[in-house]
Ligand binder design. Structure first.
Ligand code: ADE
Length: 251
């Protein structure tokens, strides 16, 4: 039998927006997490908060797979932009994932995950292509529907959808020195967050398809020009819910 789709949110605001789209959700508690079972556009769905950081994310992914037998995982959240031209309000859809703080050198090459012989894990190509289509559709419509005050507060004009390397680590990157060091070390990285690569490793272990979309909330530097809480509430959670809505509406 076809199992459910997991919708994983990084933030409370996003999860609330997704739960609004589920008419019949009911909750179940496992491992200190609340999982919401229900339907979204007729699809069997389990919605949950990822938890922050790689260990919390790996536990959530494992419970989704072992307990709820999810057939695919779609993750939405925010990230700090690293790549040139990756601006606040843009969206990044991951093609590959890497743990930027993985370092078992000199025993293993820098960034390689011991036991796997590799540093990067891939997103599922088919699910990711669907997510790119959904994100593109939302970006072509939603920004124009946001209040002018919100658009001008965050400088949102023509948001772009980027695809490529997403890097994760157990650190909120909030200094220019650190984001420059990451750019030097990993020039392909488009954005940085704290969970995606952990989900990717667990999904690799279990052969479960994964797709991740992140709205850029900051440039991972010391310019605190973004009101983070307001951005989550007024921009990122709306993007996430609209992208999930669009994704599950697709045939
Ligand atoms: N999520 C959103 N912005 C981030 C940043 N700058 N570093 C890590 N995770 C993030």
């Amino acid at each position: 039998m076809e199992g459910p789709t997991a919708i994983v949110s990084a933030l409370h605001e996003e999860l609330q927006a997704v739960l609004h789209l589920m008419p019949d959700e009911h909750q179940q508690s496992v491992g200190g997490r609340t999982f919401w079972r229900g339907h979204l556009h007729g699809c069997d769905v389990v919605a949950v908060l990822s938890g922050i950081g790689k260990v919390a994310a790996a536990t959530t992914a494992t419970v989704l797979i072992e307990r709820f037998h999810v057939q695919r995982i779609v993750f939405t959240g925010v990230a700090g932009g690293l790549g040139e031209g990756v601006k606040v309000g843009d969206v990044v859809v991951a093609r590959q994932f890497l743990q930027h703080d993985m370092d078992a050198s000199p025993i293993f090459p820098r960034h390689e995950v011991p036991g796997y012989g590799r540093a990067t894990f891939d997103a599922d190509a088919a699910l990711t292509a669907r997510l790119v289509r959904a994100a593109g559709q939302v970006l072509s419509e939603l920004p124009a529907q946001l209040p002018d005050a919100v658009r001008s507060a965050f400088g949102l004009h023509t948001p772009a959808c980027h695809q490529g390397l997403l890097i994760s680590g157990d650190r909120f990157v909030s200094t220019t020195a650190e984001s420059e060091a990451l750019r030097r070390e990993l020039p392909q990285a488009l954005a940085v967050e704290m969970e995606g690569a952990a989900f990717a490793q667990v999904c690799h272990d279990y052969r479960v398809p994964l797709a991740v979309v992140r709205t850029i909330s900051d440039r991972a530097d010391d310019a605190a020009h973004v009101d983070f809480a307001r951005f989550l509430r007024e921009v990122a959670s709306r993007y996430s819910a609209a992208i999930i809505d669009e994704l599950l509406m697709q045939p």
